[in-house]
Design a protein. Structure first.
Length: 134
């Protein structure tokens, strides 16, 4: 790995951590494209590496939001439990799917997510939101 690669990875990690902490995105939204496009690694390796790299980012962001009382504990536990089961099943499937197909599925997911975020951002703001969980 060259110094240029290390700088790219550090910058990608910083951006993913910053965005995870500020707007709640998963780091994989940046980690996977950084590794596949920037470093030329395979989709499966990028996804696996991203999952390992996301752990510290998610922990730090989670603890910060928990301390600020920005967490609904019940839904977080249910989503976390479902996420564990989904992660196991998804990983078992991902290692069997050819890289180009996996890349297309990932690209489709990113496009769908971008579409949903754009629709939400263009919707008029509601007047009753913004309350913190108790």
């Amino acid at each position: 790995m060259s110094w240029g690669d290390a700088v790219l990875l550090i910058a990608g990690g910083f951006a993913a951590g910053f965005l995870a902490g500020t707007i709640g995105i998963g780091g994989g939204s940046l980690f996977v494209p950084t590794m596949t496009i920037g470093l030329g690694v395979s989709q499966a390796v990028a996804q696996g590496t991203s999952l390992v790299a996301i752990v510290p980012t998610a922990l730090v962001s989670s603890v910060t939001h928990f301390r600020e009382h920005n967490v609904l504990r019940g839904p977080a536990l249910w989503m976390g439990g479902g996420g564990v089961v989904g992660a196991v099943l998804g990983a078992l499937i991902a290692v069997e799917v050819p890289g180009p197909i996996l890349a297309r599925v990932w690209g489709g997911f990113l496009l769908f997510t971008a579409y949903r975020l754009a629709v939400q951002a263009l919707r008029p703001a509601s007047t009753g939101g913004g309350q913190r969980p108790s």
